[in-house]
Design a protein around this ligand. Sequence first.
Ligand code: SME
Length: 168
Amino acid sequence: MNHALPLHANAMEKRERYREVILSIDALLDGEDDWVAALATVACELHHAFDAFDWTGFYRVTSAEMLTIGPYQGTHGCLRIPFSKGVCGAAARTKSTQLVPDVEAFPGHIACSSTTRSEIVVPLMHEGEVVAVLDVDSNAAGAFDDVDRLALESICEMLAVRFGKASR
Ligand code: SME
């Protein structure tokens, strides 16, 4: 992999970088069946591919309506997030991607880091239930768009199909 993609890369450069990251993830996870190994590898590959990614990782559903931190890269994250709280909770509750260009405008956003300005959270679904969410936080405002949404959703879909069963 080259250096991390600069913050203000255009949509084409971003798509190309995601294509490379997805190829790299596919190669690294070839033959793997361990859920934590998969999440850790995806968090690492994504985090180091984009300058805009300041916190990249997973929260796992560990009991009813409760998220517990999983593999991540960046400074420490909140250990537990109920479904009722924050952007992560909203993604888990609604089973839909939350794209937040300005975290201060999102009621109930949890500021694990005071430097976070924008965020995207994608749910991972197995048999109709959320088993985890992928959370990416940026210190830049408006860092995420539909290019990120589509690529991150496709990575989560792959994880769900290949590892969803192992998530329980
Ligand atoms: N900002 C998130 C919390 C998780 S961390 O920042 C790592 C939220 O509002 O759900």
